[in-house]
Design a protein. Structure first.
Length: 364
């Protein structure tokens, strides 16, 4: 009898244990992430998303708009998953108005060079003199031959940026400071000469090659315009947003690969050298351990904009022309306008201030 009771207790315990380990309620099926939307290449159609559906409140947005107006903004756009959530124009500026990109256009040049390499008409590891000819600088031939297209893309040519006219692209203005690859300096002249490199490699004008390979495929408007030594892009804010959307989708416009070389694109939006880890191929990078700034040789600890997401990369231009891309949030932010307060090249205090306003709205 005792044996029977003992067996009963054992079986009861086993079945009770089995019952406890029975499957719980099924786990909720995760909501699939929305696909990135791309507006038609022709026309003005562009789908929108209401800020309220994302939890963005009117008081937050009104505070943002007041700040933007105070900071001399002309156009401001936020895309989420490719759709317009915010599109705001100030003063007499409209959706049809054109404005200069300043150095934000550098990032487009960086991508165009990658397309040219993909097509096999140039190689960024080749010396620049292979495309511009010997004597494009005032350096001895042995030093000039150290400079490659990659150095132009990464601001490491070693050419002296502290000359009377740092935008000057004449050989007399391009003087030796250090060997290529050993010094980072934000220097417009070597960058600008990438236009001539592309023209030499493609046999086309810079505008013609850009329009064929990027602008027309995205449905952008705009034109590169010579301004002294510089070559500056002008377009509408929506065209700037189209390029930002291309960057968000890693060089693809919907299913069309504008730049199919994923290795090059990844190199463009990641640290291109150790001197300034916050710089890729003509693209600014957030979230790095240190950064350098235009006109300075100081190395500053921390990221460019601590208030912004660490994975943000950006095209940044003088007087606060901005294309911010945040892959983790599937967000693109565009700003055109006059200087927000500090007349600086590319990076300014406005970057961190603006993201201080955006952070509670986006909720990251």
């Amino acid at each position: 009898m005792k044996k029977f009771l003992l067996l009963s207790l054992v079986f009861t315990s086993i079945f009770a244990g089995c019952k406890k380990s029975s499957p719980a309620d099924p786990l909720p099926v995760p909501t699939p992430e929305p696909a990135i939307y791309f507006p038609p290449v022709s026309g003005t159609t562009w789908e929108t998303t209401s800020p309220g559906t994302l939890g963005w409140t009117d008081p937050q947005l009104n505070d943002l708009y007041s700040y933007l107006q105070l900071k001399n903004t002309k156009a401001f756009i936020i895309l989420k998953n490719g759709k317009i959530v915010v599109e705001k124009y100030f003063g007499t500026f409209t959706a049809d108005s054109n404005w200069y990109w300043a150095s934000a256009g550098k990032t487009m040049t960086g991508m165009l060079v990658g397309i040219a390499q993909q097509e096999g008409i140039l190689n960024i590891n080749h010396k620049t003199s292979q495309y511009l000819g010997n004597g494009w600088t005032s350096l001895p031939a042995a030093k000039e031959d150290l400079i490659s297209i990659r150095h132009q893309l990464t601001m490491t040519t070693g050419l002296d940026d502290n000359v009377p006219e740092s935008d000057c692209t004449l050989p007399a203005c391009l003087a030796y400071k250090s060997d290529a690859g050993t010094r980072w300096a934000y220097h417009n002249a070597p960058y600008t000469l990438l236009d001539k490199v592309v023209e030499s490699a493609s046999g086309n004008t810079y505008n013609g090659y850009f329009q064929e390979k990027i602008r027309n495929k995205l449905g952008m408007n705009g034109l590169w315009v010579r301004n002294g030594y510089n070559n500056v892009y002008y377009s509408t804010a929506r065209s700037m947003a189209r390029f930002g959307l291309l960057m968000l989708n890693k060089g693809k416009w919907d299913q069309t690969a504008i730049i199919g070389d994923s290795v090059y694109f990844n190199a463009q939006v990641n640290s291109s050298q150790n001197l300034n880890p916050s710089y890729g191929y003509l693209t600014w990078l957030n979230g790095k351990t240190s950064h350098m700034l235009p006109t300075l040789q100081n190395v500053f600890a921390g990221s460019l904009a601590p208030n912004a997401p660490a994975d943000m990369y950006a095209a940044l231009g003088k007087n606060d022309q901005k294309v911010y891309v945040v892959p983790s949030q599937k967000i693109v932010v565009i700003r055109m306008g006059e200087s927000a307060g500090n007349v600086l090249l590319a990076v300014s205090s406005f970057d961190n201030e603006l993201w201080g306003k955006l952070k509670p709205i986006f909720g990251y």
